[in-house]
Structure formats: C-alpha cells, structure tokens
Design a protein around this ligand. Structure first.
Ligand SMILES: [Zn+2]
Length: 344
C-alpha cells in the first residue's frame, strides 16, 4: 500500500465555469438539457470578459491542485472575449502550477463570424506553441462546414479535436455527422446518446465520461464500459476533484451493472495520463495510506491531497498551494463573480 500516486488528470473541464456557483437563478426553471444550456451556460459564457476568465481559471486550477489534480484538459467558450482567451487560461494554470491542455469550443450559435473567430483563436494559440487541441462545442450547434474546418485544422496541427458528442437527445445525430471526420486523436465528451452500432471510426477516439454532470443534467447514462476505445474521466466543469469524480462514476456504474469494479473506474482515471503524459511523472502524497488500491479509494471518505510535485517542483505543501496565495485567489475570484452576476 502507498500514500502516493501520479498526478490525477481531469479529462474534461470548463475552467470558465468556476465563478458560476451562486449565480442568479435563471428566469424560469429549465426542464430539459437544452433549456439548461440556454438559460444557464449560454447566458453565463456570453457575459465573460478576460478579467473574469483569468480569476475563474485561477480558482479552477487552484481547486484542482488542492485535490491532487495536476493536469486539466479544458474546453473553453467566451463568445464576447474570444481573442487571447486561451493565453489567459494557460497563464493562470501556469501561475498555479497545473498543466493545461486548452481549446476554444467553436460554434455557429453566434453566426459564421463567431465560428471563424473561435477557429482562429485555436489556430493562433496552437501555432504560437500553446498546449492544446482544436475545440468544437458540439455538432448540433455547428454547420457541416464548421465541423470540416475544425477537423482540417486539427489534422494540420496534429492535435485532435475536443468536442461534446451526443450529450443530450438534442445531439443524438452528431455521431453519424462526425463519423466521416473523426480521427483516433479526438476527445469526444459524454457519448450518452450515441447510436448502436457505433460508427467504427468514432469508437477509436477517446471518450471523456462525466458521470456527475450527466446525472445533474438528467441526460442519461453513457455506459462507458461499452465504449470500444479509451475512456477517461472528466468533471465537465464541476470542480477538479478527480478522486470524488471517480467515486461518483463508480457508484453510477455500479447502479447500472453490479459487476462493475473499482478497478474499471480507476482504470479510466489512470487513462487520463494518455492525454497529458507528463502528469504520470507528477507525484501526489495523500492523507491515506492505501490510496493506490481502488477498492480502498472508492470507499474511504475524507482522503485529501497533502503535497504535490509537478516537474519535480513542489506546488502543494500541507494541502496549500505554494505558488499562489489561495485566500487571495478566492477573494479575487469572488469579486469577479459579483461583476459577472451583475451582467446576468
Ligand atoms: Zn463539457
């Protein structure tokens, strides 16, 4: 038994959503997944500016690190502040000491010009040496032309596409539209409403499973054990606590199929290292000796990350970030959250 593990990887995050907690309630209660997008997330993302984004990303990175998550695969959208947004996220994560694979989620929801500017932000960031992928929101908010352009850019740059796929019934047609474009280095998120049989090419991509988010949005269960390709775990923006996420994913998987083992789910957690290989060299020391045993990790409450090293540098000591003042980050994020809420 051991009290250390490699750094954990969040395979799908939205660092821009860290300020959302406590936001004013929507005008009416959403009754469907699409209404949740329209009344919560699409009101929030359009109100973001780069100052809000900076402190949202700082807070999200800090919270991830405090939970032993040393790498985040982020999916970003801020339609009113597109240009430079990926630099802001990358800089915030670097400041805290967390690795990030960034992307801008392009969409035609704001017209062809919005999609073009989003694609340009991906290209600008990646060509300048930024660590990332080409982001697409989801096929159901994009024309075929936009999807083809994103796939082409990702192929040119050798990065893969990071895209929500079949999260809700509203996006059930996406798998067939994406099948002619998809490559093995793509990261498809959710896959709840994927068709059976699954197009073979799509099944070779990595699936990011977000059990808590899927339950929260009542979109159904993705049955990740049936995905033919690699599976990783993400939070979909609900924090960066991957140990907690794995426990939720285990409980949800077990509810569906009692033969599921913690090894299945902790295998998905470990597979996140394929997205950010350097994280395998990061170390986290936990408050519990036995954290390396999935059967113990799945059922032991209150386990905390104490120390973490990224690239050999200690970025967490005694549960506190070493490079930034956690209290200061929370205070600045709270100020920005008030600015954001005033716009909603
Ligand atoms: Zn997402």
């Amino acid at each position: 038994m051991a009290d250390t593990t490699p750094g954990l990887v969040c395979g799908h995050h939205h660092l821009y959503s860290s300020l959302a907690r406590g936001m004013p309630a929507p005008p009416r209660s959403p009754t469907t997944f699409l209404e949740i997008l329209e009344q919560v997330w699409w009101r929030l993302d359009v109100a973001l500016d780069l100052d809000m984004l900076r402190w949202s990303a700082m807070l999200g990175a800090l919270e991830a690190l405090e939970c032993g998550t040393t790498a985040v695969v982020d999916h970003h959208e801020s339609p009113s502040a597109i240009e430079g947004s990926l630099d802001v996220i990358a800089a915030a994560c670097a400041e805290v000491g967390v690795r990030v694979v960034a992307c801008y989620g392009i969409t035609d929801r704001h017209g062809a010009d919005g999609a073009r500017r989003g694609l340009e932000e991906n290209e600008r960031f990646l060509r300048a040496g930024g660590r990332g992928m080409v982001g697409v929101h989801a096929a159901f908010t994009c024309s075929d032309e936009t999807l083809t352009r994103a796939a082409g850019l990702a192929a040119d740059l050798g990065t893969g596409v990071h895209i929500h796929v079949a999260e809700g019934a509203v996006d059930a047609g996406s798998a067939l539209r994406l099948a002619p474009l998809v490559a093995e280095d793509w990261l498809g998120v959710h896959g709840v409403h994927r068709p059976a049989p699954l197009p073979e090419a799509l099944g070779r991509a990595t699936l990011a499973h977000n059990a808590r988010s899927n339950m929260n949005n009542a979109v159904g269960y993705a049955r990740p054990r049936e995905w033919p390709g690699p599976v990783v775990l993400g939070t979909d923006g609900i924090g960066g606590d991957m140990l907690d996420e794995a426990r939720v994913a285990y409980a949800r998987a077990r509810e569906d199929d009692v033969t599921t083992t913690p090894e299945n789910v902790w295998g998905w957690l470990a597979a996140g290292a394929a997205l950010v290989p350097e994280a395998a060299g990061d170390r986290v020391r936990w408050s519990y000796d036995g954290i390396d045993d999935p059967w113990r990790a799945a059922f032991t409450p209150g386990v905390r990350a104490l120390d973490a090293w990224v690239d050999g540098v200690q970025v967490l000591a005694g549960g506190r970030a070493t490079r930034v003042d956690g209290a200061e980050v929370r205070a600045r994020a709270a100020e920005q959250a008030q600015r954001l809420f005033a716009r909603l």
